[in-house]
Design a protein around this ligand. Structure first.
Ligand code: HEC
Length: 104
């Protein structure tokens, strides 16, 4: 294999820097979370900024959110949140989304 050119090295480093910022939002979008949630306002589900504020001080935040996403929630709402099983959303992707939500 030929050594990479400077332009390939530049492109790869841009990806490395940009990926952590956008990746988790992308997973949330691709999984369909952003059809019902937005970061800064209620859509069908509440704003992720409000979710982050609610759980920020809670040491069990990640466990609670994981449970709600895996089992569904919001049965008192006009449109409840469906359960996302491991086929719909892998454990690794769910972990990434939870970290992203809690940072909002
Ligand atoms: C069909 C619409 C819909 C989809 C799709 C959806 N949600 Fe929800 N979500 C809701 C509703 C409704 C609630 C109930 C509480 C509320 O009104 O926000 C909720 C609640 C939550 C909560 C709990 C908030 C709390 O206060 O405890 C989290 C976290 C959450 N959603 C994350 C996600 C994630 C992550 C995804 C994608 C895997 C997702 N949601 C997909 C509608 C949805």
């Amino acid at each position: 294999m030929k050594p990479p050119t400077w332009i390939q090295i530049l492109a790869a480093s841009c990806l490395l820097v940009a990926a952590p910022v956008y990746a988790n939002e992308t997973i949330a979008r691709e999984t369909g979370c952003l059809a019902c949630h937005a970061v800064d306002k209620r859509v069908v589900g509440k704003a992720y900024r409000d979710v982050a504020a609610k759980y920020r001080a809670n040491p069990f935040a990640a466990t609670i959110i994981r449970y709600k996403v895996r089992n569904g929630t919001g049965n008192n709402k006009p449109v409840p949140m469906p359960a996302f099983d491991k086929k719909a959303l892998s454990d690794a992707d769910l972990t990434a989304i939870i970290a992203w939500i809690l940072k909002q």
